[in-house]
Design a protein around this ligand. Sequence first.
Ligand code: ZN
Length: 62
Amino acid sequence: MNTYEFTCPDCRSAIPVTDPMREATLANGCPICGRSVTGEHFAVRRRCERRSLDGGFDISNG
Ligand SMILES: [Zn+2]
């Protein structure tokens, strides 16, 4: 499942959300202040950004 980071343009809360939570937030507005938001306020989170820390999986042959 995708995870998104919602950032409210009004109260500046940054909240990690899943797909259903994203839908609910789009429908109902910011869970903190109630401001209505659009898809622009969600950023997709990447899951394995820190992989190189434990495996040494470095793809840098260029
Ligand atoms: Zn808010």
